[in-house]
Ligand binder design. Structure first.
Ligand SMILES: [Zn+2]
Length: 347
């Protein structure tokens, strides 16, 4: 990697990095995907589907754009014509592509804010790359996420997970910018963010991680959701996603149940329509609750963790979920969830 550095002398930092990652990215992913599509399919099938451009949704004067590069990314842009907000930022290795998608939409305008729902690499790491394009964007996240970004150990894990998934997508060499992660506005529960004419309340929703937050726009009854509430495929599949606390998750779900919500922006999916929003709000609690009850029953009847993981795979890992949820992550998360339920619910 160092051997290629001299070529980019005199080119601004973000442009250099962009060249380095995307020359390789376009060769290794795009071409190989075309030429060796079948051969590489087993490695590329999960999160590597490239998102078609121009997907946008309107909510009155507020436009919401899908700026993900890969389906596994979680990154959507909100824009009311005056103020722009990036809601999560996707993987590190796709971060520059996400930034380019934003630039195509905003043109010469600045990106004003980056809202991060939690510190996981597929949601937050891309912000370090987007900031190379938009250094004036203000990063908003929970106070605890800001603390995590300061930990070398956390950045090391992010680097490992991001590069592992990048490798599975055919990207072997790119610059890690985790040291550029930052939070300009670390928020306590209930903090109000005034972003131009848009106003959001930051709501602590721990359960998936300790640092998980949602952003609630009361005027528009819009919730920028977080994975604690479950990962939704837009149809009937809500994957329970509690990794640090079951009771914590149920309390977070309870809080959201008490909000007036007309529209919901879901991680990895985008804006839900009326029917989907209603379905999700009606079923998020039972999805998490029933899954926990079943885990308790299975453990009591002597099922092994491997058997439980297999049941979860058959139950949740199909359709759209399969496109954005790598099987390795599902396996790892299921074993964390099973341990958590044993600790909290089996005395
Ligand atoms: Zn997560």
């Amino acid at each position: 990697m160092c051997g290629t550095l001299w070529i980019f002398r005199g080119i601004p930092f973000h442009e250099r990095s962009k060249l380095r990652i995307f020359e390789r990215f376009s060769l290794s992913t795009m071409c190989l995907q075309k030429i060796y599509g079948l051969l590489l399919a087993p490695f590329l099938r999960y999160n590597s589907t490239i998102i078609p451009k121009g997907r946008r949704y309107y909510m009155d004067d507020l436009k919401i754009y899908d700026v993900r590069y890969l389906k596994g990314d979680s990154s959507f842009l909100l824009d009311d014509g005056k103020t722009s907000i990036l809601y999560d930022s996707g993987f590190g290795f796709t971060g520059f592509k996400v930034a380019e998608n934003i630039r195509e939409i905003l043109g010469d305008r600045e990106l004003d804010y980056i809202f991060l729902t939690h510190s996981h690499y597929d949601h937050a790491l891309g912000s370090a790359y987007v900031l190379q394009y938009y250094p004036n964007a203000k990063v908003v996240a929970g106070k605890y996420a800001a603390e995590i970004f300061r930990r070398d150990g956390a950045k090391k894990v992010m680097k490992e997970l991001d590069s592992k998934f990048a490798h599975a997508c055919g990207v072997d060499e790119y610059e890690f910018l985790g040291d550029h992660l930052k939070v300009d506005i670390p928020c306590e529960d209930g903090a109000i963010i005034k972003a131009g004419d848009l106003q959001f309340e930051v709501i602590n929703l721990p359960g998936h991680t300790k640092c998980s937050v949602g952003f609630y726009c009361k005027d528009r009854q819009l919730l920028l959701s977080t994975e604690t509430l479950g990962v939704y495929d837009g149809e009937k599949n809500i994957v329970p996603s509690y990794l640090v606390g079951y009771e914590l998750t149920m309390k977070s779900i309870e809080r959201v149940s008490n909000l007036a919500i007309r529209k919901l922006l879901a991680p990895h999916y985008g804006i839900l329509n009326k029917k989907q929003t209603e379905f999700f709000l009606q079923h998020m609690k039972s999805a998490s609750e029933n899954a926990a009850k079943e885990i308790v029953e299975w453990k009591k009847s002597g099922k092994t963790d491997e058997e439980i993981t297999q049941i979860w795979k058959d139950r949740y890992w199909y359709g759209k979920v399969k496109e954005f949820y790598p099987i390795d992550a599902l396996r790892l998360n299921t074993s964390i969830t099973v341990n958590l339920i044993c600790k909290e619910l089996i005395k």
